[in-house]
Design a protein around this ligand. Structure first.
Ligand code: TYD
Length: 137
């Protein structure tokens, strides 16, 4: 549910030599980290995401630059503007997400609770909405 999706304020060790942030699975985020992937060299105006997951949990961090994440659980929608590398957006299962408005040089890092599995995806919005509404009945 969209209420479970929230910005997580990650630890930040400020230092005149440069700041440091870390993420520990099952401590700062509610899942063990099985996979890390990142989007980069995203051309201006491009959109990524546009899918939902049945089981997967994720944390999305703007490692560099900025972008918008639009969430939709079939009942409500929320948009987050990501631009700080010490904030992560936690996304629970059964959330449709779209990512756009990438700044030049933006890097979007995703920590995921499971290995890549195409069977866990909803790629069709109408099917996602149907199942999301059924699940919350
Ligand atoms: P896609 O889900 O369309 O990317 P995004 O949601 O970020 O816009 O994935 C693009 C391709 O990359 C698709 O063929 C699946 C593949 N892929 C993997 O092989 N492993 C992964 O961990 C991810 C996230 C994608």
């Amino acid at each position: 549910m969209i209420e479970h999706c929230k910005l997580i304020d990650l630890p930040k060790i400020t230092d005149p030599r440069g700041n440091l942030t870390f993420v520990e699975g099952e401590r700062h985020i509610p899942f063990p980290i099985r996979r890390v992937y990142y989007l980069y060299d995203v051309p201006g105006g491009a959109e990524r995401g546009a899918h939902g997951h049945k089981e997967l949990q994720q944390l999305i961090i703007a490692m560099s630059g900025s972008f918008d994440i639009h969430l939709d659980d079939g009942f409500g929608k929320k948009t987050f503007h990501m631009k700080r590398s010490y904030y992560g957006l936690y996304i629970s299962p059964m959330i449709w997400r779209e990512i756009d408005n990438f700044s030049s040089g933006a890097v979007c890092m995703v920590l995921a609770s499971e290995y890549y599995d195409e069977k866990d995806y909803y790629r069709d919005y109408d099917q996602f909405i149907k199942d999301a509404k059924k699940a919350h009945k």
